[in-house]
Design a protein around this ligand. Structure first.
Ligand SMILES: Nc1ncnc2c1ncn2[C@@H]1O[C@H](COP(=O)(O)OP(=O)(O)O)[C@@H](O)[C@H]1O
Ligand SMILES: [Mg+2]
Length: 293
């Protein structure tokens, strides 16, 4: 990502258009032949070859010359460049900041708009370490034969952004969605750290109650269940403000597995506060109180 942000200012619009031409071709196959890249970019062959050489030198593409026709595919930096470029062009962000979090399937950076507002920028990296996580997203695949990492990550970003937008209407402590493009989402930032990383909280029962209360409102009013809740997906700052993050795996409350997934979420939170802060609670009762509308 830092590489992408570094290269972006030096890129000409023709370079970006070549990357976009490869991106379009990647909907149909992983590698896109030079001829198809020329077709999608609508540049003459000479210009196409010149730009391809340039973006390849910047290390934004992977080249396959083992077949009769040379073909290219975007690597993750190339895709980052496209996403970042669009966010900058739409004036959603102006500058990329430092890496602030590394999740299982994403990198999260600080970023700033041109009014110096600070946001969190989450960039999806599903399939980076293994394809195991892609399985979770099989439902996205539908009828498609060829499913690229590009597509999976783009859909993940959209899914989380849509979830944030839905919950944000309830005015709770979840990230405000600011914008998204491709595999990147921009949202409000809370300066703090994960619940898991506190040695001691000032008022743990207040925080515990706040979390449970919010989950209840989200369940009752938005019909949503987090699906991956635990001490790593709740940010707390030093004033006791919280932010419930990481909504990729949310499910609707009428989902066939809703009951067990809700139980798991609530038990994770209850167990954590019980073990670390000796706060006693009854997950079964809590879940029952969710259902009474
Ligand atoms: N809105 C945010 N404000 C502050 N920190 C955040 C925010 N979103 C994510 N982070 C940080 O980035 C880490 C990874 O983000 P998360 O959404 O949990 O991704 P993953 O799905 O990969 O676990 C978090 O644990 C947290 O440290
Ligand atoms: Mg997480």
């Amino acid at each position: 990502m830092a590489e992408a942000a570094h290269i972006l200012p030096d890129m000409e619009k023709e370079d970006l258009r070549i990357l976009m031409a490869i991106e379009i071709g990647m909907k149909r196959s992983e590698y896109v032949t030079v001829n198809n890249i020329r077709f999608y970019s609508r540049y003459p062959m000479e210009e196409t070859l010149f730009r391809l050489k340039k973006v390849h030198k910047w290390n934004l593409t992977i080249r396959d010359s083992s077949k009769s026709e040379v073909a290219y595919t975007l690597n993750s930096i190339g895709y980052d460049v496209l996403g970042l470029h669009t966010l900058v062009e739409r004036e959603i962000i102006d500058q990329l900041g430092p890496l602030i979090g590394k999740g299982k399937e994403s990198d999260v950076y600080g970023c700033m708009d041109d009014k110096k507002n600070i946001f969190a920028l989450k960039i999806y990296r599903i399939g980076r370490t293994s394809f195991k996580n892609i399985k979770k997203l099989r439902s996205f695949q539908g009828e498609r034969k060829h499913i690229s990492w590009l597509y999976v990550n783009r859909l993940a970003a959209k899914k989380e952004f849509d979830a944030l937008s839905k919950i944000y209407e309830l005015k709770l402590d979840t990230p405000k969605p600011i914008g998204f493009n491709r595999h990147i989402i921009v949202m409000s930032y809370l300066r703090g750290k994960e619940l898991a990383f506190y040695q001691n909280l000032k008022n743990p029962s207040k925080i515990f109650n706040k979390i449970i209360k919010q989950l209840k409102v989200i369940y009752q009013k938005a019909n949503m269940i987090h699906g991956d809740l635990g001490e790593f997906n709740i940010i707390v700052d030093n004033k006791g403000n919280i932010l419930i993050i990481d909504w990729l795996q949310w499910i609707p409350s009428d989902h066939p597995n809703a009951r067990s997934i809700l139980e798991r979420d609530i038990e994770n939170v209850c167990n954590f506060f019980q073990k670390k802060y000796h706060i006693e609670s009854n997950p079964v009762e809590i879940i029952q109180s969710f259902k009474k509308k």
